[in-house]
Structure formats: structure tokens, C-alpha cells
Write a protein of this length. Structure first.
Length: 280
């Protein structure tokens, strides 16, 4: 075969390829045609390869951008981290302000409601909340007017009673202690019961409710508050919420969750009587 024939053959091949592409373009315009499906089968792998190269190209472009603009990227990341830290600081300040506002409101409420008591604010400085002992120490003592028998509260409710008062600090027996028995009433039905500390096998701290008479109506969700029985506590300070009721050997019982989270107590108020009724 001479050179002229080879050249003609190459031209014919090129023309055939071009004609085939033109035909496929025409077929692709008709999405309902049978041959369009064949076109899709052939074109799909090509499209996938194109997408792959497109993603690879984007990754390469991003890599080159970071390579030549790493300073800008690092600075932007630092700005975002700083903004995130500021948001966290704002959230922390908001929580602190809300807590302080709640504590201030609680103190004002106590002062307004229990005018026969002086109210002194302090902080917990040590704690011994174990299965055997349920006490904590506050930074208030006799120099602040605190005496044995005064009771301690926070913004949520009753915490305990002062067991020993030193010059600058006092030890408080919490309501979780088994020896600290409290006569209480339900806020909903005004039912009188006795409350003392208890714990379960997992170490959870709860309040055991006993002395429930047969005709006493106590239900899950009831709120326990102090009663002025025995002139120990004034009426109405929250103690806990009933979470379980039952009966064992024909005796009714109930379990309550303390209103305060003793693991997170920081601020406290001590209510100390302005006068001693026994001195009258």
C-alpha cells in the first residue's frame, strides 16, 4: 500500500469517528430514544472519570491554596478559636449571673417570709458525704452569730442543721444523715410524715419517708416541706420531691429525692432565730 492510500485511509477513519460523535450527540438530545440508553451506558464511565479528575483537581487546588496562603488560613483558624473561647466565656458568665441572681432572690424571699430569723450568707468549705457520715463545714461561726441548732438552706431548700459552731466555722449535719430526722408535710395534701436520710446499694442519696398512716395520701411528685412541729423549723422550706411509694409487710413507705444537689453546694444561708423562745 502506497503512502497516498494510507493517507486516504486515515482521513476516512477520522471522518468515521467524527460522524459517530455527531450521531451520538443527536441521539442524546432525544431522551426517549432506545439508543439514548446505549449512550448513557457508554457515557457514564466517562462522566465518572471526569468527576474523579474534577475532585482530584479541587483537592490539588485547595492544597496549593493552603501551601501559598498558610498564614491566612492559620490566622483565620486562630480568629475562630478566639471567637469560640469568647462564646464560652459569655456562656460561663451567663451561668454565674443566673446563679447569683437566683441566690439573691432566694435570700430576699427568706428574709421576707421568715422575719423572725436573721439570715447570714456563707460558703461550704469542706464536705464529708459518705455512707456513714453526711456532714459539711461552712465558713460561718459564733463570730457571725451562728449557734448550734440553727438550720442551713440554699436557694433550692433545706440542707441541714448546725451541729457544732466554732468561732469562724461550723459543722452542719445534712438532711441526708440517718440521724437527722425531720417532721415534714406534703405541700399538696398537708399530710404529716417523718423524713430521714438513706442510701441505696449504688451509693445514691435519698430521703426515706416513714410514719405514713393508712389514711395518709402521699403520691409520686408530692413536694415535702418543713413544718413548725417542735419549733425546730418554720413552715414551708422545701425538702424534697417524692419519687417512689410502696408498701412492705403492711407498712406504707415512700422515697424522696432531696431538692438540693449536695455534691454541688457552694453558697448557703444560715437562719438563726432573733430570739430564743426558751429564754422567755
Amino acid at each position: 500500500m502506497n503512502k497516498k492510500n494510507k493517507r486516504i485511509k486515515r482521513i476516512l477513519i477520522i471522518c468515521a469517528v467524527l460522524l459517530a460523535f455527531v450521531i451520538f450527540m443527536i441521539i442524546s438530545a432525544n431522551s426517549q430514544g432506545a439508543l439514548h440508553k446505549v449512550y448513557n451506558v457508554i457515557a457514564s464511565p466517562v462522566t465518572s472519570v471526569q468527576k474523579g479528575f474534577s475532585s482530584l483537581g479541587k483537592g490539588i487546588r485547595d492544597g496549593f491554596y493552603y501551601l501559598f496562603h498558610s498564614g491566612e488560613v492559620t490566622e483565620h483558624i486562630s480568629e475562630l478559636e478566639e471567637e469560640n473561647a469568647q462564646y464560652k466565656d459569655i456562656a460561663t458568665e451567663k451561668d454565674i449571673l443566673e446563679r447569683e441572681n437566683r441566690e439573691l432572690k432566694a435570700m430576699l424571699d427568706y428574709k421576707e417570709k421568715y422575719t423572725e430569723y436573721d439570715i447570714v450568707g456563707g460558703e461550704v468549705i469542706a464536705g464529708d458525704l459518705t455512707e456513714m457520715f453526711n456532714t459539711f463545714t461552712i465558713n460561718l461561726g459564733t463570730s457571725d452569730g451562728i449557734k448550734e441548732g440553727d438550720f442551713v438552706v440554699n436557694s433550692y431548700g433545706l440542707l441541714g442543721v448546725v451541729k457544732t459552731a466554732g468561732p469562724v466555722s461550723s459543722k452542719v449535719v445534712s438532711i441526708l444523715d440517718e440521724q437527722n430526722k425531720i417532721i415534714a408535710r406534703t405541700l399538696e395534701g398537708n399530710e404529716m410524715v417523718r423524713v430521714m436520710g438513706t442510701y441505696d446499694d449504688e451509693g445514691g442519696k435519698y430521703l426515706q419517708i416513714d410514719r405514713i398512716l393508712d389514711d395518709t395520701n402521699i403520691n409520686v411528685g408530692d413536694t415535702l416541706v418543713t413544718t413548725n412541729s417542735g419549733n425546730v423549723y418554720p413552715y414551708g422550706i422545701k425538702i424534697g420531691t417524692v419519687i417512689k411509694t410502696g408498701e412492705a409487710d403492711g407498712i406504707k413507705y415512700a422515697v424522696a429525692e432531696p431538692v438540693a444537689d449536695f455534691k454541688r453546694i457552694t453558697k448557703v444561708f444560715v437562719l438563726t432565730a432573733k430570739y430564743n423562745p426558751e429564754e422567755e
